[in-house]
Write a protein that binds this ligand. Sequence first.
Ligand code: ADP
Length: 353
Amino acid sequence: MSSLDNFPVSALISSDALNILSTLSQTWYVVDVLGQVRESAPSAVDYGIVVLGQVEDRNLLDLIDQAAVTGNRIERETSIPRTRTHAEHTLYLRIAPLRNGLVLLMVEDLTEERRLDAVRRDFVANISHELKTPVGALSLLAEAIETAVDDPEMVQHFAHRIRREAERLSELVIDLIDLSSLQTGTPGVSFEDIDVDSIVTEACDDVQMLAKSKRIEIVVGGTGNLHLEGRREQVLSALRNLLTNAIHYSHESTRVAVGTRLVDGVVEISVVDQGIGIPAAELERIFERFYRVDPARSRDTGGTGLGLSIVKHVCVSHGGECTVWSKVGHGTTFTMRLPKTLNQPLTAEKENA
Ligand code: ADP
């Protein structure tokens, strides 16, 4: 036990210093060499490093001791397991010795920053991979045309494949531009009154040819005459993506249904299919960019792997969400839940996930 244990912290460090500390928005603690908290930020966030007024982590206690003994400042990035989940907090710790054997421990939460770094890194790696495949194919096909120059049939065959690869590449670029403008928020695109019936009709018309090619019937039902505030083109493109997927991942001669309803001020637009379904274990990941349950099948259908990511971002940027229900072999239902008016967002979810 330290001999200064019984002194109030105000007797050990100046009241000016305490006043300055209390203006900081960061979480901070004044601790003694044994890791006992003597003072803390009024709004200290519970990162699980202090339990019942005591620093628990062995490594952190060593650092505190080291700072107190050497009189040197220590800065360190560290990961601390979260109390209720398997995830970790990434924290930046600044440990500065004060007078009288006390140490100031400042905690900066870098969890979100590090998560976004990882998302960006994955994205760059994925996009390079996604672009490499069609670009590589184009170059090989061009070479094949050169060698088949005397065989008009083969030239036609390779030219056709070049066109398909070029179309794939252009779809990918269009989806990327859509996604990036959704994430950065396109200036000048303001919210307007959306007539839900009209976007349902337009989206169904847009995918009619594709549906016909698989003899899939699209039926529309639910509550008519609904309106919501939003960006019409974005909601339309999200619904088109859901319908395209419903058709791509369904067998021939099945049905796809679009339903609309209003629940507690939230407009729900559902797309229901009787298709192949999605395994429960994959449901969490399908909204990630470039995630595909079956990459080979998705490639066959010409999917870019960005469709659901776009849908999710459209919903979140409208203060809503996209939910999914699915059973393998029975079908899938995606529901866009969009608040009717802007002033009552559903979620505070992060947009960059
Ligand atoms: P893709 O371009 O590959 O379709 P998406 O982001 O639109 O990319 O969808 C991601 C993955 O989710 C798809 O590759 C597919 O495995 C799965 N998926 C999406 N919609 C459906 C659906 N209606 N039925 C079954 N699987 C689906």
